[in-house]
Design a protein around this ligand. Structure first.
Ligand code: ACO
Length: 209
């Protein structure tokens, strides 16, 4: 089992409401599918190219196998797959994946937020909560986030949360049907001081509740 897993993080008050993060559940199926079928425009161009049509991949019945796969990886210590909630309702996902231990102790972080509550500080708060958690309890030292240069909202999220831009990975990921360049952002534990959440609170961007 992964150190720091399972875990519930928050709550944190952000402009969109009361934000919390908890492990993905089988019963997320209904909301996960409803939001993702509605939000195809908002999500598809930023996500890894999938096999099969969007409506099939995001149908209610495709969640159980995804959830099982994520839970299996989490139990093997390779992934921390979280659901984001706002005011208790499903609001997106945030995942720490490809966890490498030994002398690297690093992983990637990725996230998406329901289109009806974007621009309310949800992703920034979730990134801060999860980053602090994996550094304090997950035994990790570095997190990496890769973002397409065109993805202005996600670049803002990482800058606000306290990640640094390290470089450009050319033709890095198969996203939306092609090999896309990605900026690499990262943060290591010693840069986070009292934690990324504390920094957001000090800047007035979030409040502990
Ligand atoms: N142009 C410029 N800035 C924008 C735009 C836009 N079109 N849209 C949003 N922003 C800004 C917001 O104003 C805000 O910045 P501010 O606080 O300085 O005003 C910032 O982008 C968004 O910050 P949050 O409110 O914390 O983030 P939000 O909860 O809206 O979620 C996210 C952002 C996750 C990128 C959401 O838009 C989304 O789900 N997008 C589709 C999927 C996606 O791109 N996921 C990220 C992939 S990269 C990765 O996972 C590492």
């Amino acid at each position: 089992r992964h150190p720091g897993w399972p875990a519930k993080l928050g709550p944190l008050r952000v402009p969109a409401g009361v934000l919390a993060v908890r492990p993905v559940r089988l019963r997320d199926a209904g909301e996960w599918s409803r939001v993702r079928l509605r939000d195809r425009e908002h999500l598809e161009r930023w996500e890894p190219t999938g096999i099969g049509p969007w409506p099939d991949r995001n149908a209610f019945w495709s969640w159980p196998s995804q959830w099982l796969a994520l839970r299996g990886l989490a139990r093997r210590g390779q992934c921390l797959p979280f659901t984001i909630t706002v005011d208790g309702r499903f609001a997106g996902q945030i995942t720490v994946g490809n966890v490498i231990r030994a002398s690297l102790r690093s992983a990637w972080i990725g996230y998406w937020v329901s289109s009806d509550i974007v621009r309310g500080g949800v992703a920034t708060g979730a990134v801060a909560l999860v980053t602090d958690h994996v550094f304090d309890f997950g035994g990790l030292h570095r997190l990496e986030a890769t973002v397409r240069p065109e993805n202005t909202p996600s670049l803002r999220v990482l800058a606000k949360a306290g990640y640094r831009q390290e470089g450009l990975f050319e033709r890095y990921l198969d996203v939306a049907g092609g090999w896309r360049d990605h900026f690499c952002y990262a943060v290591t534990k010693e840069e986070t001081g009292d934690g990324l959440v504390s920094r957001l609170v000090a800047k007035g961007l979030a409040e502990r509740v």
